[in-house]
Design a protein around this ligand. Sequence first.
Ligand code: C2O
Ligand code: CU
Length: 453
Amino acid sequence: MYRRQFLGSAAAVGLLPGVGLARTAPQVLRAAPHRQQILPAEYPDTELWSFDATFPGRILRATQGDRVSIEVENQLPQATAVHWHGLRLDNAMDGVPGLTQAPIAPGDRFAYEFTLPDAGTYWYHSHAQSMEQVERGLYGPLIIDETEPPDVDQDLVLVLDDIRLERDGSVSGFDNFHDLSHAGRIGNLWLSNGQIDPGYPVKRGERLRLRLISAANARVFTLGLQGFEGWVVALDGMPLAAPEPLGEELTLAPAQRMDLIVDVTTDDEEAFLITFERDGGYAITHFPVGGPSRARRDAPSALPPNPEFPIDLANARTATLLVEGGAMGGMRAAEVDGERLVARELAGRGLFWALNGIAGRPETPLLDLSRGESVRVGMANDTAFPHAMHLHGMHFAEVLPDGSLGPLRDTILLNPQETREIAFQAHNPGNWLFHCHMLAHHQAGMGTWIRVS
Ligand code: C2O
Ligand code: CU
């Protein structure tokens, strides 16, 4: 039995309501301040920023192939924009201020409209001052159903986060050079669907699809399931060619998703999702187990594949990406807007990281690619911290040491001093951001972009 973060257990709550996205009727998503009880009842509540006064934002749900239209209304004290993380959509709808759209000023609206080519587990989040806006709560799940979904008894979305709160319930301040120059903003409270250790009732023998989404600013979750047996069936929305049996530990870096199909196999009264990052493990979600038990079923088959854009490794263009900077790193200088600055000057501008010697999003893209071209990018992390590198608009595969391709992903974890190579086909035209999803790192210089035309 794993300890809980606080004494007592949070009341069991139901599933987050899913809201279908109608093909034609546009819907409004309102970003605004909102108060919610995050800490246990004896503590004050928390002022968050959220979508439609729910935290996390409600599940936006549609079916593969749908066309959706969502109007974002900004009632925040800051400009914002919404990114649909992992969707291979039209570039103009990608939600990156200064690259694909103008920021949505307070009081303004922006209409997003796009088609959903892929099924899977995605999420939406603010992409303006995201270290602050995502931390304050501007995120939610985006679920695209297969036209023939797998046979499960429950389909449960768990958005995981770690938030940094003060004892008075307020979100800790953002003026923190340590976060910018070290691991990023690591929280002090683990949340699952915005709650401390929520409970979701299950039945013995039931089969669940668990959709894990990390909305953490910087923490790399090490997770485990107790009381379940099962398989990983998709990563970052994309189905694995074959379900992979669950290991002891699951790593979920910021922005990554993982779809599991699991059976409730325990004889105990509770099953758990555990995080192993502290003191040998804490339950961050529990599952009260009821009867009657069901017979064991066969292993699931793979989810139906999404549209494929084959990678031509043999004829691929090659590029390299050197990741430098941060505390305990050796970066002495970097270029900013064409000007060379030494580390002290960079720090004065809140910049601590560089990609290929450039801090902050450069004028010219890292790569200028022709549509349909394949490219491989070798990445070297010459820093003391992990980074979760995310490419917008297209999924990539890791080129494994034996030369084969790993599963498709949109975000890859690069551990300190690690080198990894990714490859993709530049099938989606537009200007696409490529950045670290440790949001403090992105703010402090770790972002570049590629152009596909
Ligand atoms: Cu999840 Cu550039 O974003
Ligand atoms: Cu980083």
